[in-house]
Design a protein around this ligand. Structure first.
Ligand SMILES: Cc1ncc(COP(=O)(O)O)c(C=O)c1O
Length: 284
């Protein structure tokens, strides 16, 4: 069965799902997006994902293509038509199509596309069990990383550089030597004193939806947490390090720039958080 995508009002087989050649998403990366997990038929954390999309669009002065209730219906219909209960939904809103001009065209209608691709939870679980390697890369992004913009070139280049070093993720490092986030994840450490640390969201990182869920779960479990920046050196001396994102849940890092983290195996804190996150997903 061919995959079905939603494009500006129509549900189409993916091969026929196209946008206008002068769509500003295509020509200027002028848009915002969300990636949302479907787990066991449940759409995880849909409400905060819709809220973050609305905020990104408002910061970019792009009008929302429809209200949240209608958008929810469309997302559910895309999932239903793709007959899957484990998937990643990709939803993108661009400013729309118009004659190419940097300034906003007048009376432009936003363009909405939604795709749904099967997510391999067995592979995700295997990675969570084994842990992955990560490499540091300079953070060369713009100064509005709080917006989930579709303009991702620095993230792509950093991820590719990390992959070429045999790493799963690029850990982005700012000009002060402080870790910001991953190329498509938020980054966490556990200090030798047992405190969970992740960079604060008022510090120009993407406010990850999984990050928020993990903070809530950790607080419920009475784990000490600090939201603050940390250096590469502090990360290398951490007992645990892990990533969070909608697609990877909480992913242990066992080596950073080839230095083992802790004993070089996924640690107990991330294991407990993954267990609690699964319970949270099951309860949606
Ligand atoms: C740069 C960046 N940071 C963090 C995340 C994690 O966000 P979330 O947990 O909402 O998936 C993403 C996800 O795409 C990302 O692109």
């Amino acid at each position: 069965m061919s995959r079905i995508a939603y494009v500006n009002g129509a549900y189409l087989p993916i091969a026929y799902a196209t946008v206008h050649i002068e769509d500003r998403g295509n020509q200027f990366s002028d848009g915002a997006y969300e990636g949302i997990t479907v787990y066991d038929g449940k759409i995880i954390d849909l409400v905060p994902h819709l809220a973050r999309l609305r905020r990104s669009l408002s910061e970019l002065r792009i009008s929302a293509p429809m209200g949240d209730a209608a958008l929810t219906q469309v997302i559910k219909e895309v999932v239903r038509r793709n007959r899957t209960n484990s998937a990643m939904i990709y939803m993108q809103v661009s400013r729309g199509a118009a004659k190419r001009d940097h300034a906003f065209p007048e009376n432009i209608k936003p363009s909405l596309i939604i795709t749904c691709r099967r997510l391999d939870f067995a592979a995700i679980n295997a990675r969570v069990k084994s842990g992955v390697k990560a490499s540091s890369q300079p953070d060369t992004r713009w100064s509005r990383c709080d917006i989930k913009s579709i303009s991702l070139l620095p993230n792509i280049l950093a991820k590719q550089a990390a992959r070429e070093k045999g790493s799963f993720e690029a850990i982005l490092v700012d000009s002060d030597g402080l870790v910001t986030e991953g190329s498509s994840t938020n980054v966490w450490i556990v200090t030798p004193e047992g405190t969970l640390v992740t960079r604060s969201t008022d510090d120009n990182i993407l406010p990850g939806i999984t990050r928020s869920a993990i903070i809530r779960l950790a607080r419920d479990m009475q784990m000490p947490i600090e939201e603050r920046a940390f250096t590469v050196k502090e990360a290398k001396g951490a007992t645990e390090m892990f990533l969070t994102s909608s697609s990877c849940c909480a992913q242990p890092i066992i080596a950073f720039d080839d230095a083992p983290i802790g004993n070089g195996k996924p640690g107990p804190t991330v294991k407990r958080l993954v267990e609690q996150y699964r319970i949270f997903m099951d309860a949606q």
